[in-house]
Design a protein around this ligand. Structure first.
Ligand SMILES: [Ca+2]
Ligand SMILES: [Ca+2]
Length: 374
């Protein structure tokens, strides 16, 4: 009688970055159009959107707004979202900074329209600017755009800039800065404010506001299954935070600049926390991390261990982690892989739920992949 071999050790999740395409200039976002075309749209900070199709970068940009925008530091073409009915209406939305409209720095939220949904180039003359917001400083412009499961467009704007909320916008509900907004777009250059937005009809507030008290929500997303909103809100000098809001939590005050993460900021001790919605997770700068990059809840099939986990990272360190609740309900962060410092500017999710990273300084797009799987 032979002794059976010992069982193999439990598998350890090993995640690698598989190159998908390269040759981009400061890519910072990756989107897909929900049109079953398999195309990935790569947003370059300087103003071009490039298409990856069947593993190759098409020779002509999908859209080129380089001449319409300003791009420098935290400025540029910062976000892209395709209309939920893009395959029939061709409408998509971008968030960029510009000085061309009134000579001073503004954020513009613009609609563009492809002549046909399968077009691989879009003319800039199809632009309709939905609205602009004056930017008092060059930094903290936010940038993300995303459609919720409700079909409405959500827009992330930072506190305007400076440091420590110089312009006191986070808690000021009479400005769009330092907020996540919700509007209803019509794909004809117009939009409306949904009547169930939280501050509709309240004096001295902006009805477009969905969430307030944010510092610089550069990246946010919706869980494609639950509809929860996940945001990475970039901190000041000490703490980075991850926020998760369920759809009913409209009108929540996420705390800035009373708090930075779960810590008092202004005042620095004994700050008034009543009514504030805390991040589900925050982390300090002691390990070289200093700019959170919001990602996506994983619903792909390649990395089975990450099912339902939130995947996010940090621009400064390049680290990418997963975040999930343990059996006691505590949020636990697990390191997955590192892009290298200054190289992680955004995540993308394809039609199958697989995740990609926009590698800012190396000008590449890579896919998160479990080592040892096809
Ligand atoms: Ca700004
Ligand atoms: Ca907060």
């Amino acid at each position: 009688m032979t002794t059976p071999p010992p069982p193999p050790p439990p598998p350890t999740l090993q995640v690698e970055l598989v190159p998908v395409a390269s040759g981009f200039s400061n890519p910072l976002d990756i989107q897909q159009a929900g049109d079953a075309s398999g195309r990935l749209f790569v947003v370059e900070q300087g103003g071009k959107i490039q298409i990856i199709q069947n593993g190759s970068v098409l020779g002509t940009p999908y859209l080129d707004v380089s001449s319409l925008i300003v791009s420098n530091g935290e400025e540029g073409l910062l976000g892209l979202a395709f209309h939920p009915s893009y395959s029939t209406n061709g409408c998509f939305y971008v968030n960029y900074t510009t000085t061309r409209l009134n000579g001073t720095l503004q954020t513009a939220i613009s609609e563009f329209r492809a002549a046909t949904a399968n077009a691989n180039t879009v003319n800039t003359t199809s632009e309709h600017i939905l609205f602009t917001v004056d930017q008092p400083a060059s930094n903290h412009n936010g940038g993300g755009l995303a459609f919720g499961k409700d079909g409405d467009l959500y827009i992330a704007l930072g506190d305007g800039g400076g440091a420590g909320d110089t312009f006191q916008n986070g808690q000021n509900k009479n400005t769009l800065l330092g907020k996540i907004l919700r509007i209803r777009v019509n794909c004809d250059g117009t939009f409306s404010v949904p009547s169930d937005n939280p501050f509709v009809g309240q004096p001295n507030t902006r009805s477009e506001i969905w969430l307030y008290g944010l510092r610089n929500p550069f990246r946010f997303s919706f869980d494609s299954v639950s509809g929860n909103l996940w945001a990475g809100d970039v901190g000041q000098d000490k703490f980075e935070e991850v926020d998760r809001l369920t759809p009913p939590e409209k009108g929540a005050n996420l705390g800035w600049n009373i708090m930075e993460g779960t810590h008092c900021f202004n005042p620095p001790t004994n700050c008034p926390t009543a009514g504030l919605t805390m991040p589900i997770f925050d982390y300090d700068h002691s390990q070289g991390d200093a700019t959170v990059i919001g990602g996506y809840v994983y619903h792909g099939t390649n990395i089975t261990a990450l099912a339902g986990n939130y995947v996010f990272g940090d621009f400064i360190s390049g680290r990418i982690w997963s975040l999930a609740q343990n059996g006691q309900g505590q949020w636990v962060r697990t390191f997955l892989v590192n892009t290298g410092g200054g190289d992680l500017a955004g995540f993308g999710q394809d039609a199958n739920g697989e995740l990609y990273v926009a590698r800012y300084s190396s000008g590449a797009v890579a896919r998160l992949h479990q080592v040892g799987t096809p």
